[in-house]
Design a binder for this molecule. Structure first.
Ligand code: CAA
Length: 386
């Protein structure tokens, strides 16, 4: 018997602080319109002293564990490009914080902002072989660029967890998938750097090239017609990027109205305007925002375009399941976004510099989530319940 496989639960988390882009514009003497309208971003989430990708990931996944328990989860895949260790998977800390079973596998995946999609595809394969098992996929990132660089306005932070299972409650993922890989240096972070290097304009060009290439591959492998995809979610390093992507794709696919295709993205942008770039989580934050806000019907198809610099891209689709909205916790992420404390320019810069500290240290208790990084002691990261 073949089962539908897909997303049966989804939950997101962000940090305890935020920095408004109007404050960045004011400090730089830039017009706020460049950020608010030009790139379509209003705020960026900033981590508190005791928040990192592990505490964010565990905060995102905790409601899923509360609802589904731990027994059937035999795999945890954590996707990130903000790795905290060159060898040990960050997901092992998350495994402990969530109280997952010892008879589970944990691994970390990396390919810039794309790797959560690889994690999702791997999860679908595991569940296809073992329909009684569930896979916990978590995307968690803190996007940091150098102070005073062009990428500075596109920083952000957040995590999103998805539980993948047979007979999913939210979205069944269809088998067709379109792929694109090309060796480019549009955005990367060498091992000796804590902030990303980026060729901003070039990265936009490669992203747009990847959209049409991945979509064409999707169609050639039996993917759905453009007109039968009700809504689309694009990776959103900044929300305007999704609009540029849809404009390119809609023209390429011969859409009846490019303008209405672009305006149909609005409900995917609500969270990301306030989070900033969440790298691996970003496209799925767009999906969550859509599921919460668009009032879509069961059976409608959602297209997903995932892009990771370097570059790998994938286009695939899923269909909504009857009653999906009861499973998405509407308003939960918005409540976290509303609860963040605003910081000013001086504090933002101090924190940016402080985030580069190395060696052993203790952290200040600032996070609002259920878990915190207590410090680094003898080179070991120590996490605790808040
Ligand atoms: N009012 C309204 N709009 C304004 C404005 C104003 N006062 N002033 C400027 N603008 C518009 C510009 O016209 C421009 O719009 P278009 O792109 O539609 O032409 C937009 O604001 C941005 O202005 P600039 O192009 O001058 O901005 P910039 O060069 O300083 O920075 C950026 C833009 C290069 C994308 C930069 O934010 C950056 O480097 N970001 C990081 C890289 C990135 O996010 N790349 C995206 C693709 S790669 C990817 O997706 C992976 C990933 O997550 C990193």
């Amino acid at each position: 018997m073949t089962h539908a496989i897909g997303i049966t639960d989804i939950s997101a988390a962000t940090t305890s602080l935020f920095f408004p882009l109007t404050s960045l514009a004011e400090a730089q003497g830039t017009s706020p319109g460049k950020y608010l309208r030009g790139i379509g971003q209003h705020e960026m989430s900033v981590p508190g002293d005791d928040e990192d990708i592990v505490t964010l990931a565990a905060r995102a996944a905790a409601p899923i564990i509360e609802r589904h328990g731990t027994k059937e989860i035999r795999t945890l895949v954590l996707a990130t490009e903000t790795g905290i260790d060159q060898s040990k998977a960050a997901g092992i800390y998350v495994h402990e914080l969530l109280g997952l079973e010892h008879n589970a596998r944990v691994v970390e995946l990396k390919e810039a902002c794309y790797s959560a999609t690889a994690a999702l595809q791997f999860a679908l394969g595991i569940v296809a072989r073992n329909p009684d098992e569930k896979v916990l996929v978590i995307a968690s990132d803190i996007a940091r660029y150098e102070l005073d660089s062009s990428g500075e306005a596109t920083q952000g932070a957040g995590a999103l967890a998805m539980l993948v299972s047979a007979d999913p409650a939210i979205m069944a993922i269809e088998p067709a998938s379109g792929l694109f890989t090309e060796n480019v240096h549009d955005f990367w972070r060498p091992n000796d750097r804590s902030t990303a290097l980026v060729d901003g304009r070039f990265s936009v060009t490669v992203y747009l090239r990847a959209v049409t290439a991945a979509y064409d591959d999707y169609v050639s492998r039996g993917g759905a017609e453009f007109s039968s995809i009700a809504r689309m979610c694009f990776h959103q390093p900044f929300t305007k990027m999704a609009a540029k992507a849809m404009q390119t794709l809609a023209k390429h696919a011969g859409a009846q109205s490019v303008a209405s295709a672009v305006s149909s993205l609005e409900e995917t942008m609500i969270h990301n305007r306030r989070l900033g770039n969440t790298y691996t989580a970003s496209v799925y934050m767009g999906l969550l925002s859509l599921l919460e806000n668009a009032g879509l019907r069961a059976g409608e198809r959602i297209g997903i375009f995932s892009y990771g610099s370097g570059a790998v891209a994938e286009f695939f689709a899923g269909t909504l399941v009857e009653g999906y909205r009861e499973h998405v916790r509407p308003g939960a992420l918005t409540a976290q976004l509303d609860a963040r404390r605003e910081i000013g320019y001086e504090e933002y810069r101090e924190r940016h510099i402080r985030a580069d500290r190395t060696g052993d240290y203790e952290t200040r208790a600032e996070g609002k989530g259920p878990f915190r990084l207590a410090g680094v002691r003898e080179s070991v990261r120590v996490y605790e319940k808040a």
